[in-house]
Write a protein that binds this ligand. Structure first.
Ligand SMILES: Cc1ncc(COP(=O)(O)O)c(C=O)c1O
Length: 373
């Protein structure tokens, strides 16, 4: 039996970020031969990522949060305006609205895809509403046709939070390319990473891209001349170099995630007390950033799986409106967004990454069956 550190390690982790020799070589090469900040790899990564998403421009940033914040600012969203989003997300989707001094207006999700409910967007629109941030949660595309139709009618900007959905397709187009701006995160647990924090904003609007590139670089017009109040929010060269290698693998990794999701869904479909993730169809191709099952017995199921060496996650324990800081600021109470709350009470993320083997998926599924038996 192994002793020491390993004894507490889960046998099957929740996620497994990739880092191989090719990425290591690219990193060392960039560190040795390029400027540490805004080196050649940064611009190449942006070009390649824009091409991957099928858009004209990509601007890299130091995080997905900064991509969203810079996207809002580049579109002119500012103090006094409303931005609609969903409370069923990572807190950054809403924090960025506050970072630009605008007000987040939450609307609930649907419980089939866990993405924003377009009907409820309509009801939340006011004179001050300036933009909508749909979140492609867990890698499943939001209903972008309906969202864009509402946004066009009311002249709202659409900023896609694609931080969990690199490479997902919606009606033949990649997510991120469907709104005015799309934003991605390269945090280590994501479908692709830069081996650290990082983000990317994509757009077809040249002016927005130019402004975003300035904003992430201290508002620089030239070296010591600044015509915007910007941020130090650049992606480091070494991270961009790693991101370029990861991007080459993304489609294959997503394919493996989909294959793994298919196996899970087949093995778990006979458990009545379990709700499985949406599968996608001919028009919607999800990328399973997370494989999230739902159960009334979530906490006991999580404890059972973890006692069997299977790491689990809860995405998320609280919907954003019930986070202590949002309750304090806005006085939100339980019951305000029942579907987001229901998701948070019942969701359980089970291991999902490209290299998960069918043996491991079988083992996790068997343990889930044992629990319900
Ligand atoms: C849906 C969503 N939005 C925004 C973010 C923020 O990205 P980052 O952590 O790179 O700032 C994340 C990352 O966790 C996310 O999952």
């Amino acid at each position: 039996m192994k002793v020491g550190k390993d004894i507490h390690k889960p046998k099957i982790p929740l996620a497994k970020p990739a880092f191989n020799k090719e990425m290591e070589r690219a990193a060392v090469n960039a560190l040795r031969n390029e400027r540490f900040v805004l080196g050649e790899s940064v611009y190449k990564f942006e070009e390649e990522f824009a091409k991957y998403c099928g858009v004209d421009h990509a601007v890299s940033t130091s995080s997905g949060t900064h991509a969203l914040q810079i996207g809002l600012t580049a579109l002119g969203v500012a103090r006094g305006q409303h931005v609609i989003t969903t409370p069923a997300s990572f807190i950054a989707s809403s924090n960025v609205i506050l970072h630009v001094n605008a007000t987040p207006i939450f609307v609930d999700i649907g419980l089939v895809t866990y993405t924003i409910d377009p009907e409820q967007i309509k009801q939340a629109i006011r004179r001050k509403t300036q933009a909508v941030i749909p979140v492609h949660l867990y890698g499943y595309p939001a209903d972008m046709d309906s969202i864009n139709e509402i946004a066009n009618k009311h002249e709202l900007y659409v900023i896609e939070d694609a931080c969990q959905a690199h490479g997902a397709f919606y009606k033949g187009r990649k997510v991120g390319s469907l709104g005015d701006v799309g934003c991605f995160s390269f945090y280590p647990s994501k479908n692709m990473t830069v081996a650290g924090d990082g983000g990317m904003l994509v757009t077809n609007d040249e002016k927005v891209a130019e402004k975003a590139a300035k904003l992430r670089d201290c508002g620089r017009k030239s070296k010591y001349v600044h015509d915007l109040i910007g941020y130090t929010a650049r992606l480091n060269t070494v991270n961009a170099a790693i991101g370029r290698v990861q991007l080459k693998h993304l489609d294959e990794w997503n394919m493996k995630r989909r294959r793994n999701a298919q196996i899970y869904s087949r093995l778990l479909s006979d458990i009545d007390m379990l709700i499985l993730p949406p599968r996608g169809d001919s028009e919607t191709l999800p990328v399973y950033h997370l494989y999230v099952i739902r159960s009334r017995h979530r906490d006991r199921l999580k404890a059972w799986l973890e006692s069997n060496g299977i790491q689990c996650g809860i995405h998320y324990e609280l919907p954003i409106h019930l986070q202590p800081i949002y309750k304090k600021m806005y006085g939100f109470e339980e019951g305000a967004y029942p579907k987001s709350e229901e998701l948070c009470k019942t969701c359980l993320s089970i291991p999902m990454y490209p290299d998960l083997t069918s043996g491991q998926i079988n083992f996790v599924s068997e343990k889930i069956h044992e629990f319900f038996a």
